[in-house]
Design a binder for this molecule. Structure first.
Ligand code: F6P
Length: 338
């Protein structure tokens, strides 16, 4: 059997561990041929491929990013949805001309939606969920998330020492697109005093009051963790908006940090390496069994798989009864809401 692997959407630590997991299992356990499709779905159309061997898959486990390159796939998705059947034929022809028996698509919820569309036009596909945002519906966790939380928590830890030295309010903005998972997990692990999530919204009066109260209690600094997806009334990035408003409304010196792409960079954590390895291996197992149209997933303590048609493109978001939200509230951490 000949398997193609592509990576699509934002990069994340652990992608290369996943490629290695699929490839080495397919090659060493099942004698399959494996090719890497470069730069996302467009690589399928342009047949931009590279042979993957046991040797070429060695030494990549600890590498960040993706050895295959990636891209956003909006153009490709338009082709699949195109009213012109010729566009879909072009995709199917590219797949068959490459002699593929299955295409493994490593990506976030957008990629999984595209992968499901390929399944709908009868191509053999398997999706592997990937994103630092941890917002892919159908799996309890995505690789990339643990590494991003480690990076963001380290950043918050570092803010405590400078904030306390200057008796300042520090506002840090973390990634997550429309989801607040990174901000929730790193905010709680890093001891933030205020955690603002897109799913919960906020009341500025509550934020200001919390900071004032802390100062009255002699807590000479505060740490505010805000997710990039929190909506603010100006065109400013949330961290900049909140830092300005807090300083204006409290008179306390306030500074902002936008952690940005640092959260996606560098070597994956051991957890993400092993999660990617397990998910990749499960994908190869499904292919060996001739099972397609599935997205591999971590469900509880199990590595499993779900129907792409049931999950593709749906978001998994923080809810008010998420355990860390409930525990944070019990401890007096503010989520910016009453
Ligand atoms: O999906 C991962 C992510 O890093 C989001 O957290 C962020 O909003 C987005 O990608 C940034 O997209 P791009 O890499 O295209 O700028």
């Amino acid at each position: 059997m000949k398997v193609g692997i592509l990576t699509s959407g934002g990069d994340a630590p652990g992608i290369n561990a996943t490629i290695r997991g699929v490839g080495k299992t397919a090659i060493n356990n099942y004698g399959m041929q494996v090719i890497g499709i470069q730069n996302g779905f467009s690589g399928l159309l342009y047949k931009d491929v590279v042979e993957l061997t046991d040797k070429s898959l060695s030494g990549i486990l600890n590498l960040g990013g993706t050895i295959l390159g990636t891209a956003r796939e909006k153009v490709f998705r338009k082709m699949i949805n195109s009213p012109d059947e010729k566009d879909r034929e072009q995709i199917k022809n590219a797949y068959h001309e490459l002699g593929l028996d299955c295409l493994v698509c490593i990506g976030g919820n957008g990629t999984q939606r595209t992968t499901s569309m390929l399944s709908d036009i009868h191509l053999h596909v398997i999706g592997i969920p990937k994103t630092i945002d941890n917002d892919v519906y159908g799996t309890d966790i995505t690789f990339g998330f643990d590494t991003a939380v480690n990076i963001a928590t380290d950043a918050i830890d570092r803010l405590h020492s400078t904030a306390s030295s200057h008796r300042r309010v520090m506002v840090i903005e973390l990634m997550g697109h429309h989801a607040g998972w990174i901000t929730l997990y790193a905010g709680m692990a890093g001891g933030a005093d205020i955690i603002l999530l897109p799913e919960l919204g906020y009341n500025m009066k509550v934020v200001i009051e919390k900071i004032r109260k802390r100062m009255e209690l002699g807590k000479a600094y505060s740490i505010v963790a805000v997710a990039e997806g929190v909506e603010v009334p100006t065109k400013e990035k949330p961290a900049i908006y909140f830092a300005r408003e807090i300083q204006e409304q409290t008179g306390f010196e306030t500074r902002e940090t936008v952690l940005g792409y640092i959260q996606r960079g560098g070597s994956p954590s051991p957890y993400d390496r092993n999660l990617g390895t397990l998910l990749g291996g499960h994908a190869a197992e499904l292919i060996h069994q001739g099972i397609f149209g599935r997205m591999v997933a971590k469900l509880g303590s199990e590595i499993s798989d779900v129907a792409l048609s049931d999950v593709a493109g749906k978001l998994r978001l923080v809810t008010p009864d998420t355990d860390l939200v409930l525990q944070g509230k019990r401890m007096g951490i503010s989520f910016g809401v009453l």
